[in-house]
Ligand binder design. Structure first.
Ligand SMILES: [Zn+2]
Length: 82
């Protein structure tokens, strides 16, 4: 999915953005290339929902912090457990 216009600003790290984009691509439900143009909800969030993106950054970081405090591994796909 190409992002021709963006009305949002990613407030996380570059790595967090890459991981979010990879997750969105894994779960993308955009319309078929040869069918009517249809953007899935995940891609709509990436290009137009600043509040949800901000909450995703916050939730991800608080979850990581809580896991570290509890001594639990961070086992998100593409990340090393610590
Ligand atoms: Zn999509």
């Amino acid at each position: 999915m190409a992002y021709s216009s963006r009305s949002v600003t990613w407030k996380g790290t570059e790595r967090e953005e890459q991981e979010l984009r990879a997750a969105v691509e894994r779960h993308c439900a955009c319309g078929p290339p040869d069918g009517p143009a249809m953007l899935c909800t995940a891609h709509e969030i990436l290009i137009a929902d600043q509040a949800t993106l901000d909450r995703l950054v916050f939730a991800r970081r608080i979850a990581d912090r809580l896991r570290r405090e509890e001594g639990l591994p961070i086992d998100r796909r593409g990340r090393r457990a610590s």
